[in-house]
Design a protein around this ligand. Structure first.
Ligand code: CIZ
Ligand code: SF4
Length: 304
C-alpha cells in the first residue's frame, strides 16, 4: 500500500467511524502529521476526555491508551500497537507498590503517568513531567513517595525548598543513554546553542542544561526564545514539531541514541489497521478504572 493510499484511507475511516486520532510528540513524523491532535501525555489525556468522538485512537505507548480509557471509560479507545509499552512504566508492578504501601502506610504515593493502570489504581495522585513540580509543591504531606522515575524525582527535589520526596529507582532507558560526556562533546561542537533537556535525563546531564522541561515546555521555550540554535536532550520525535514551529532555527539532537524503540513502533499501516478492524481495544476492569481515575482526576484538578 502506498503512503498516499494509507493517508486517504485513514482520513476516510476516521470520519466513517467517528474517531479522533491523538499522537504523542515522540511519534514518527507521518503519524504526527495525520493526527487530529499532537501533544504530551497531559494534553492527550485532556483532549481524549473532552472529545465527543465515540472512538479515540492513541498513538503512543500503552499507558497513554490506558489513561485515555480511565478518563473516558464509555469511549472505545484503540491503540494501533499493543506491543508498544514503556519500559520505565514496567519497572514497577502493582505487587511491588502494594508491598511498599503495606510497609509504609503513612506514605502519599505520587506516580508519574508513565505507569500501568494497576499501579495508578494504588496511587494517591498522578503527575506528568509538565505538572509534577507544580503539583508536588501543593502537597502537604510528611512522606511523599514518587515513582517510578528516579531522575524526575531528583530533579523535582532539587527544585523544592521545604520538603524532599523519597523515590523508586526506575528510569527511562532512552533518556538514561545520554551521558555527561555526550552533552559536553555536543556543546563543544555547537558552542552557541542552548541546551534544552527533559527531566528524565540523568542529573549529570541536567547540570549542563540551559532549560529543563517536559516536551511541551521545551517546544514553548524554543518557539519564544530569541536564540537561533538549540541542542535537544529528549526523544528525537520532538524535533518534528520544533522544526515545524521555527523553520529558521537550528535544532540538534544531543545524541543519535535518543530514540525510544517503543514510540517508534506505530506506522501508518498500523494506524490504518487499527481503524479498519477496531483494534486493539484498551480494556480495563471497572474497579481499576474507578481507582485510577481518582488519581488522574486529582492531577487534572491540581494542574489547572
Ligand atoms: O508526559 C509526556 O508526554 C512524556 C512522556 C514526555 C513529556 O515530557 O512530554
Ligand atoms: Fe517510556 Fe522513555 Fe519511551 Fe517515554 S521515551 S515511552 S519514558 S521508554
Amino acid at each position: 500500500m502506498t503512503k498516499e493510499f494509507l493517508i486517504e484511507e485513514i482520513n476516510r475511516l476516521k470520519k466513517e467511524k467517528d474517531a479522533l486520532i491523538l499522537a504523542h510528540y515522540y511519534q514518527v513524523p507521518e503519524i504526527q502529521d495525520i493526527a487530529d491532535f499532537v501533544g504530551d501525555s497531559l494534553a492527550l489525556a485532556k483532549k481524549g476526555k473532552e472529545s465527543t468522538h465515540g472512538t479515540i485512537v492513541v498513538c503512543g505507548v500503552r499507558f497513554m491508551g490506558e489513561s485515555a480509557k480511565i478518563l473516558s471509560p464509555e469511549k472505545t479507545i484503540l491503540v494501533p500497537r499493543e506491543d508498544a509499552g514503556c519500559p520505565m512504566a514496567d519497572m514497577i508492578t502493582a505487587k511491588q507498590l502494594q508491598k511498599y504501601r503495606d510497609e509504609h502506610p503513612d506514605a502519599l504515593i505520587v506516580s508519574y503517568v508513565n505507569t500501568s493502570a494497576d499501579v495508578k489504581a494504588l496511587t494517591d495522585i498522578c503527575v506528568t513531567s509538565s505538572n509534577a513540580l507544580k503539583i508536588v509543591k501543593q502537597l502537604d504531606h510528611d512522606h511523599i513517595y514518587f515513582l517510578p522515575d528516579k531522575n524526575l524525582a531528583k530533579y523535582i527535589n532539587s527544585q523544592l525548598e521545604d520538603k524532599q520526596m523519597s523515590y523508586w529507582l526506575g528510569f527511562c532507558a532512552t533518556h538514561e543513554r545520554l551521558k555527561e560526556e555526550d552533552i559536553l562533546k555536543i556543546k563543544r561542537k555547537h558552542n552557541n546553542s542552548l541546551v534544552l533537556a527533559h527531566p528524565e535525563c540523568n542529573q549529570l546531564v541536567l547540570k549542563h542544561a540551559d532549560y529543563i522541561g517536559s516536551t511541551s515546555q521545551i517546544i514553548q521555550f524554543a518557539k519564544e526564545n530569541a536564540h537561533q540554535s538549540f541542542i535537544i536532550a529528549t526523544e528525537d520525535g520532538v524535533l518534528h514539531k520544533l522544526r515545524n514551529d521555527s523553520p529558521n532555527k537550528e535544532f540538534i539532537l544531543a545524541n543519535k541514541t535518543l530514540v525510544c524503540p517503543n514510540m517508534k513502533k506505530t506506522t501508518l499501516t498500523d494506524l490504518y489497521n487499527a481503524l479498519l478492524h477496531n483494534e486493539t481495544k484498551v480494556e480495563l476492569d471497572e474497579d481499576t478504572i474507578k481507582k485510577a481515575n481518582n488519581a488522574l482526576e486529582k492531577m487534572l484538578n491540581l494542574s489547572k
